[in-house]
Ligand binder design. Structure first.
Ligand code: HAM
Length: 457
């Protein structure tokens, strides 16, 4: 019996896992510079939370949720996104009372039962940020800029921010009514879901994935005709600011986003795909959701956020081939020529690890060939050899990158592939950890640093 991973899920290992970690780390570093604090919420929540926030009429709730009854007959759903859970946590724990604005970030797996294809998975990973307590075009622009800067720092140089506004409550209502009137004459050509949406939530028709309604959508009433002066001015200010920050920004009046909680500003960040037949990649999506806290039983809290999919960013970076060099390298491989030297090599390895060096050794062999093979496999910068002679003379044999003094007496790293036997004292001086190891010795005379540096026969 053999097992395979579930359709739409991925294993990450080797270089792919390093790429994944690079994206995670870069996003976390950038968001820290913008003053965000990390938080975690559970991976599953009460189903009702998503029905209420993401919206009953959305594709996510209607078709894509992993929902099940637990043993206590409660309806549970694996989170399809993070905003609902974060807002639930902010309200439940009254986090809004402590800081204003409250800036939170999260990272983790999300689940949607979608048709798997490149960049569309059933389990994927989002990095998301949410800001509570402030409504200002300055904040919206700065947050969008942070997303752009995150992708730039990862190596994506060219991208487009598509932006739109759903207006304030009154504009949104007037627009929904205009869509109702417009689409009610086209019921015959619509999928079953959209026929229901005409009554319940006509905005959702604009991002239906089933019908090819290109022309019908292009000719549909435009949000801009129903926007208040304030809503238009708010959007214009964000666009102006982003342009001043050197961001390629485009107002797209058909952009409505597939989640119901959005109010006013909505945006997506797109990279053009260079592979023939591949659609442009939507890396990131977000917007304002000023009514969600209240809908979930909390106070009225202005809010905005975005999330991006790590796996999609990986595709974009693979296409552009702008990855860092992920060839892992190890600082030291220690080779031991007999059993007693093996013991010494373990002590030395752990001393070097204490000093922040990456060290690998062979736990079994005392012949050189397999040990050299290991050092090649792990791409060791330096190979250290310990044998009977080295033990007797308190020396070590060094092979590989060498630190030499140049004419200005400044230490310099040079690659010399020759072999050199040096005293342990010289060895620690060369690594610039002599003082540190001496300090340990003084504090703890029994430490193996003592053994290696001072042992008298
Ligand atoms: P979303 O547009 O549904 O928004 O998802 C955000 C990002 O998650 C997408 O742009 C994409 O990169 C990634 N993503 C979504 N679905 C998949 C999938 N099936 N496979 C791979 N990647 C996927 C949200 O989730 C909102 N919560 C964003 C937000 C935060 N709005 C306000 N705050």
């Amino acid at each position: 019996m053999s097992y395979q991973k579930i359709k739409g899920t991925q294993d990450f290992f080797g270089i792919e896992k390093q790429k994944f970690a690079f994206i995670e780390q870069t996003a976390k570093n950038v968001s820290k510079r913008w003053g965000f604090f990390e938080m975690d919420t559970p991976i599953f929540e009460a189903t009702e939370l998503f029905n209420r926030s993401v919206g009953d009429e959305t594709d996510i709730v209607k078709k894509e949720m992993y929902t099940f009854l637990d043993k206590g007959d409660r309806s549970i759903t694996l989170r399809p996104e993070g905003t609902a859970s974060v807002t639930r946590a902010v309200v439940e724990n009254k986090l809004y009372a402590s800081t204003n604005p409250l800036k939170l970030s999260y990272f983790g797996p999300m689940f949607r039962y979608e048709r798997p294809q490149a960049g569309r998975l059933r389990q994927f990973t989002q990095f998301g940020v949410e800001v509570f307590g402030v409504e200002s075009a300055n904040l919206d622009a700065d947050l969008i800029y942070m997303a752009v800067e995150t992708f730039r720092e990862m190596g994506i140089k060219s991208m487009t921010v598509k932006i739109n506004t759903l207006g304030d409550d009154r504009s949104k209502e007037a627009y929904q009514e205009a869509l109702r009137v417009y689409f009610s004459t086209k019921v015959g050509s619509m999928c079953k879901d959209c026929q229901e949406r005409i009554v319940k939530n006509p905005l959702r028709i604009l991002d239906c994935k089933i019908d090819a309604k290109g022309e019908e959508i292009a000719n549909a009433p435009k949000m801009s005709d129903y926007l208040s002066f304030e809503s238009k001015a708010y959007l214009k200010k964000i666009v102006d600011l982003l342009e001043q920050l050197d961001v390629n920004v485009e107002v797209d009046q058909t952009l409505v986003r597939g989640l119901d909680y959005y109010t006013s500003t909505v945006f997506e960040i797109i990279v053009e795909s260079e592979s023939p037949g591949m659609k442009d990649l939507v890396l990131c999506g977000g917007g304002r959701y000023n009514g969600l806290s209240k809908d979930l039983g909390g106070p009225e809290l202005k809010a905005i956020g975005y999330a991006f999919g790590v796996e999609r960013v990986m595709i974009a970076l693979d296409e552009k081939n702008t990855w860092n060099d992920f060839n892992a390298s190890t600082d030291f491989a220690i080779l031991a020529m007999d059993d007693e030297s093996k013991t010494e090599s373990i002590k030395l390895a752990n001393l070097l690890r204490k000093c922040g060096k990456t060290v690998e050794l062979d736990y079994v062999n005392t012949t050189l060939k397999p040990q050299f093979k290991l050092s090649e496999r792990i791409n060791a910068k330096t190979v250290l050899l310990i044998g009977e002679e080295e033990r007797r003379n308190r020396t070590i044999t060094w092979k590989g990158k060498n630190i030499v003094e140049n004419s200005n007496n400044l230490p310099q790293e040079m690659f010399r592939n020759d072999q050199q036997t040096i005293s342990m004292e010289q060895f620690f001086k060369r690594l610039r950890i002599y003082t540190r190891t001496k300090r340990w010795m003084e504090k703890n005379p029994k430490a193996y640093a003592n053994y290696l540096l001072m042992r008298k026969e």
